[in-house]
Each structure stands twice: as C-alpha cells, then as structure tokens.
Design a protein around this ligand. Structure first.
Ligand code: SAH
Length: 406
C-alpha cells in the first residue's frame, strides 16, 4: 500500500515538473541569447524537472544528478567549473541558463547564536527573512514561502505587513543553499540538518513552488534531508492539506492556537473558511496509514486569551487520539502588539495539564529575540499590494495616536 503511494508520489511529482519544464523549454526556443534577464534559473527545477529539461535539450537524464550535486552539494554555481560536463554543454548552459541566488541585504547574529538573513529576491523590491537556529545536535533553518502573508492572524507581525507575492521554487531553495553553504564555508562539519517552513507566509498557499523545493531538500543528490526533518507548517488550508498527502511525505505542523471555533476565528481568520472539525479531519487523513507520522500542533500562548486551564481542557479533548505533539510557543512581542505573553506559571500549568492527558507537550524556547528572529517576528521589506499595512497603521493612529515609520 505504502509502496504504491510512494510510486504515485513520484509520478505526480514528475508530472508537475513536466508541466514546469514544458513552459521553460518553450522559453528556451524563443530565447534571445543576448538577453541576460531571459535566462532560465535552473534552481527552479527539482530532479524530475531537470531530467525532463536535459532530455528536451538532447542530453541524458543523469546530467540532472550531476548538476544538482555541483549546485546543492558542492555549492558551485558557475557552469564552467562543472568539470564532468562536456565543454559544449557547459557553453549551452552558460548561454541560456543561470543559477541565481538572492542578494544578502543584511546578516545578523543573536547572542544565542541564532542568525537571520534579509534576502533581496528581485533586485531590492522584495526582501524576505530566513533564520538559522543552532542547537547541540541540529541546525534548523526557518524558511519563508511568501513575500508577506495573506492570512492576517491577529497576533503575527508578518501579517501586519500585508502581502506582495509568492516566492518561486528557486527563491525558496536558495534560502537553504545560502545557509547551508555559509555554514560549510565557515568550517562547520555539517550544514543545515532540519528545515521548518515557518518563516514568512503560508506555505500551502504557494503549493507547487513549496512542494518542488521540499523535493529538492530531501533529494539524495541535493541536501538529502530526511523527510522527518523537513516540516511544512500551515494555519489550516484544508484542501491543500488533502493535496499535500498526494505529493509529499514530509512532516506537517498545524498552527492551531485555539481550542474552539469562536476563539480561533478571532486569532486565525482562515478558520472561518475551514473550521476546526474540517482541519482535524484533514490532520487525520494526513497521518492515517502511516505508523510513524505525527502532527505537530502549534499553540501560541497569549495572556488572558487562550491560556487558561479551561482552554487546556478543551484542547486536550480536541486532539486526544490524534498521534501528535503539542508545541506551546510563548508569544513573541513586537512594537504595538495588542497581545502579551502568558505568565510562565500559566504556561507551565497548561503544559502539565495536557501532558497529564498523555499529549507530548513541549514549551518552545524563544530564540533570536534580540534580532527579532523569533516566531512571528519576521517582517522582511516589500511593497504591500494588499494595502493591509496601510490600514493597520491608520488603525494604530486612531487607537493610540501613533504613527509608525515604515
Ligand atoms: N503560515 C504558517 C507558517 C508560519 S509559521 C502557519 O501559520 O503555520 C510561524 C509560526 O509562528 C506559526 O505557528 C505562527 O502562528 C506563529 N507565530 C506567529 N506570530 C507569533 C508571535 N508573535 N509569537 C509567537 N508565535 C507566533
């Protein structure tokens, strides 16, 4: 059963890549070789996509594996240095293709070792943040999937900035390329070991680009991360959760944050569209049939809002029976936030209660607070096409008589 499922995953992923590659090949044929901007960024293609690309260029599919090893494993992005490819092929690639990485606008390091990069994705217009969290036995990279976010969760500072656009596959995988090769160049024995799609944006609203990037993260010829070490986090885009099961096998985190619809509607507005019973049904179907799969539920601790023992009781009743882990995230403040973090004693009582009901519960330690790199503090820099940031500033001015520098 699982074998069939895995096979069908590969077929779906190949079909998806073929569609992407067909578009790219159409572009190759009308390429103006003089135009730098028309070059195809090969970082946009996962293995199936690259194989289709090379076949379309009358090359053998194994070129895809060679290229991926150069780019992702050795960090080489200059085609001329790819010595196991023929001179003709290197010339062709240099003429028509590129490996384009984002520009680093700033790099910050927290006193606890957490690092944050602000990356310019297209010139200087759209910048997103990604964060590297070093721990004793792992290096976790928190990756962004969109420039801003459309979901408008009431406690999240990314939400206040509005939204500009989805990131491409290349722009997503480039964040891993940058962090991984920075570590290796600095002499670390290992690079990134874990990826969480918990940066800016809602990954499941950028489905194709995110799943293609995740393919590359797990590919043996690229970063070879185990599927258990790559996590997609969602606020609950239910139809996409159902689709995810068809195309990938990575870990899933769900930002629950409230144990009933009335409260969740306020905190996570997408709940009005996909209420809790639909969300939990989608969680069930993601793990059904997989003994080792667990859902990670994220629960931000907001003082006086969702942190009472009654909330813990409701939550335990709700998720008991789902193979899961519960992460309590102390709320990370930002300027003008309308929430406060729960008191430590309340967080501890909450954790003790859910643990006593057999739910594995962990309180997440805030990392990188001094450089605004903690959960929900990522903001980037971009032009907000949703105009939500403007409305937010106006509302602040009304409420508090303040104006915020942008
Ligand atoms: N949109 C996806 C990915 C973002 S992940 C999702 O909602 O899952 C970022 C995680 O940090 C989410 O669980 C989010 O709800 C949480 N978060 C957002 N703002 C926060 C804040 N100020 N303090 C603590 N956690 C926050």
């Amino acid at each position: 059963m699982r074998k069939i499922r895995r096979l069908s995953l590969r077929v779906v992923s190949a079909a998806r890549s073929r569609a992407i590659v067909n578009g790219l090949i159409a572009r190759v044929t009308r390429l103006n070789p003089m135009s730098e901007t028309e070059k195809i960024n090969l970082l946009d293609l996962n293995r199936a996509g690259l194989e289709a690309f090379f076949v379309a260029c009358d090359e053998k599919p194994f070129r895809a594996r060679q290229l991926m090893q150069w780019v992702h494993q050795r960090g080489v992005i200059d085609f001329e240095q790819m010595s196991d490819m023929s001179k003709g092929l290197r010339g062709f690639l240099s003429e028509h293709c590129c490996i384009e990485l984002p520009q680093v606008i700033s790099a910050q390091r927290s006193h606890d070792g957490t690092r944050k990069w602000l990356l310019s994705m297209d010139g200087s217009e759209n910048a997103v943040e990604c964060v590297l969290i070093p721990e004793k036995s792992r290096m976790t990279l928190c990756v962004s999937s969109q420039v801003g976010c459309t979901l408008n969760c009431s406690f999240c500072s990314t939400a206040k900035q509005g939204f500009n656009r989805n990131l491409s596959t290349a722009e997503i995988i480039a964040q891993l390329h940058l962090a991984h090769h920075s570590l290796l160049k600095e002499g670390h024995s290992q690079g990134v070991t874990n990826v969480v799609m918990m940066g800016m944006g809602e990954p499941l609203l950028n489905f194709d680009a995110v799943t293609a990037a995740v393919d590359m993260m797990c590919d043996d010829y690229a970063y070879a991360l185990s599927k258990r070490r790559v996590t997609i986090s969602t606020a609950g885009v239910v139809p996409a959760m159902e689709k995810l099961d068809q195309v990938t096998d990575v870990a899933l985190a769900v930002s629950l944050h409230a144990p009933n619809d009335e409260l969740r509607n306020q905190l996570v507005p997408i709940n009005k569209k996909y209420p809790i019973h639909q969300l939990l049904a989608a969680c069930h179907s993601y793990i059904d049939g997989y003994k080792s799969r667990k859902i990670t539920f994220e629960y931000v601790m907001l003082k006086g809002v969702n942190d009472s023992l009654e909330h813990a009781r409701q939550l335990a009743r709700l998720i008991q029976g789902i193979p899961c882990k519960l992460n309590l995230i102390p709320f990370n403040p930002y300027p003008h936030a309308i929430y406060q973090c729960s008191d430590k004693e309340d967080i501890d009582k909450f954790r003790d209660y859910t643990s006593s009901k057999g739910i594995i519960t962990v309180t997440r330690r805030a990392r990188g607070e001094d450089i605004d790199a903690a959960c929900g503090q990522l903001v980037g820099a971009f032009h907000d096409r949703s105009r939500r940031s403007e409305k937010y500033q106006l509302s602040l001015r009304d409420i508090e008589g303040v104006s915020i520098a942008h």
